[in-house]
Design a protein around this ligand. Sequence first.
Ligand code: RAT
Ligand code: ZN
Length: 417
Amino acid sequence: MVDPVIRAGDVRGAVSAAVSAQPVTDIHTHLFGPEFGELLLWGVDELLTYHYLIAETLRASDVGYDAYWAMSQREQADLVWKTLFIENSPISEACRGVVTALQAYGFDLTTRDLDSYRDALRDVRVEDHIDRVFELANVESVIMTNDPFDPVEQPAWAADRAGDPRFLPALRIDPLLNAYSETGRPTLTALGYAADAELSATGLAEIRRFLDDWVTRMQPQYMAVSLPPDFAYPEDSERGTIIRECVLPVSRERNVPFAVMIGVKRAVNPRLRMAGDGVAKADMSSLERLLEQHPDNKILATLLSRENQHELCVIGRKFPNLLVFGCWWFMNNPSIIDEITRQRIELLGLSVIPQHSDARILDQLVYKWPHSRAVIADVLADKYADLSASGWAIRQSELERDIAALLGGNFRRFLAR
Ligand code: RAT
Ligand code: ZN
């Protein structure tokens, strides 16, 4: 009995076990490998000052924006802990995540003694900590967000990088597409590329040369951009021109997919700094046109607004060159993951990437993945149970094959295509 048919009553348990056992390829994070030094964030104070928690703290405490930003990180973490974990029960998804992580490390949660949790992680070696986190989260590899426009990150790429192979690069190009005049062009000029204001033929060639050089240097898994809800394509704008004339050709020629993350309204409340971004519904016909006009380009897409998710699934049905991924940011909450994952499986079958973590702090892998896995397992258990009730024999090896595809195989196959 090498490959047994799973009995109807055992389907749920088998799905849950297979989802837990399957190592994940986490296709979008903000984590960095250890060779990036201080860019790799980890530890209790980082966990507590995650921007999702800053927004919640400033709602619940009387401390104002300026007073918060004037504090040291340790003081900020103390305030977050006091406000969201001591004076209130930590019931939001971002709060519960911290609790899950502390529990995973075996800390005594009855004491609520923040200093003891800090102390327990103080003397660990980061390399050992990475191993522990990857093991606890059952994550195989994570894709970073690498910004060649960031002066702090640039030097790490200048040297020959012999990094931890579990951290894979992604070339993030927001400044090139969303702030060409303000940041994109000045940075290109400073790096020796003759980009011009008019986007002349020579200027566009220089932007292509820049992208091509960075693809060579980074060997990224994909090129990515976050886009506002009013993203339009095609469009007679700097962004529209650079996408059409530079990003898509390089993406095609180098076989590096283009990932679009659509729906973020940056700095809705700038006083919250990184926590101040919002969301709005996007016009999905732009994504349709992008896919329709460029059938030879591979596009990864995730949408930030809940209202766009059904349309995204339907677009996925029309375009094999689209791979839908993840429940991004404000979507990364159990009730919404549940809803979106059901929709995706019903409309697209197994040809999706159900989730990424968006982790910014290493320790977040330890909660974001178990939280997502539980919801994904629940949805899949329902789907396989329905299938079994319809008379289909579910075999263990086929179940494992499907789950391996969802949690990593689909992504690798898309890259290889
Ligand atoms: O989820 C987040 O942490 C956001 O701040 C963003 O980084 C978003 O995921 C992005 O990649 O732009
Ligand atoms: Zn992100």
